[in-house]
Design a protein around this ligand. Structure first.
Ligand code: NDP
Length: 280
């Protein structure tokens, strides 16, 4: 089976590249934005007719959550129209699309884990652009998996963990938000789950939630990052109101993973164990 990965230079794209050699039964083609620009429909037509992928994993996205508030056209061009382009090109080439979405499609007003059937209500331009992308795919392409995930981190790309480790070298104390709840997700664990879906050969299309297990605030996550890395630093919990950002984030965005666990027999690691085993 041929698997085309778009957005290959991003965090998830690099995590997929790192584990790809463990799956010799799959032929991967990793395309970064220079080779496959998802906003360029004719470019996608060319690459699909050349590679004839059975699956496309779309790891490409506009992910600058705060910047999106001031450049919504760019966020929608990539996250909505880019998703539409991929759905159309997959449809005309009989390929299955595995698209990554986000916990930011929810408003965060719930107090129990969000399941796939819960109503969406994005609070930011980024969240809305990602939700619109989901809808485009659902309209155009029956053969789709939309995987919503949360709080991705890894040794690759830009993420909260790497920011904390950098700041720890520059400062002796840090203040971190302690009233937003979610689940950190190791990008390599997500990458493995995506491949498990492909290898299952099931045709159980639709939306799924995937994160590591457990629940944390950004403060909890920061404390654990320093503990695991033996870094002695003072971390102070602060409310979101003390750290204003252009984009509003959900207060609670824990995802219910029952559907993906049951359908694909995936077992999911607790976020604290994933962090310990991340080999960082
Ligand atoms: P990154 O920002 O690390 O990577 C995104 C990649 O998309 C970049 O390599 C970028 O390439 C590429 N890209 C941007 N525009 C285009 C385009 N027009 N055509 C092709 N490629 C493009 O994101 P992550 O790997 O962290 O995120 C992966 C997915 O997970 C995304 O869908 C994101 O929305 C979702 N997600 C991420 C979370 C997180 O915490 N990071 C949380 C929840 C969901 P270039 O650098 O060349 O511009």
């Amino acid at each position: 089976m041929v698997v085309l990965v778009t957005g290959a230079s991003g965090q998830l794209g690099q995590a997929l590249q790192a584990i790809a050699p463990s799956y010799p039964e799959l032929t991967f083609h990793f395309a970064s934005s220079g080779e496959a620009d998802i906003t360029d429909r004719s470019g996608l037509d060319e690459i699909f007719s050349r590679l004839k992928p059975d699956f496309c994993i779309n790891a490409a996205a506009y992910t600058a959550v705060d910047k999106a508030e001031s450049e919504p056209e760019k966020a929608f061009a990539i996250n909505k129209l880019g998703a539409r382009n991929l759905a159309e090109v997959c449809h005309s080439n009989n390929a299955t699309l595995i698209h990554i979405s986000t916990d930011f499609v929810f408003d965060g007003n719930k107090e129990t884990p969000y399941s796939e059937s819960d109503s969406t209500h994005p609070q930011s331009v980024y969240g809305q652009s990602k939700r619109d992308g989901e809808r485009e795919i659902e309209k155009i392409l029956p053969r789709h998996y939309i995987i919503r995930t949360s709080w991705l981190y890894s040794q690759f790309g830009h993420n909260f963990m790497k920011t904390m480790l950098r700041l720890a070298q520059e400062r002796s104390s840090l203040s971190v938000v302690n009233d937003q709840m979610g689940t950190p997700t190791h990008a390599v664990d997500l990458a493995k789950a995506l491949i498990a879906i492909i290898l299952s050969r099931k045709e159980a299309y639709g939306i799924y939630h995937y994160s590591n297990e457990g629940i944390a605030t950004w403060y909890d996550f920061a404390k654990k990052i320093f503990e695991v890395n033996n870094i002695d630093i003072q971390v102070h919990p602060i409310p979101t109101s003390a750290y204003p950002t252009p984009a509003k984030r959900p207060k609670y965005s824990v995802l219910n993973k029952s559907r993906i666990k049951k359908e694909f027999e995936i077992s999911i690691t607790h976020w604290e164990d994933a962090l310990k085993n991340a080999g960082l």
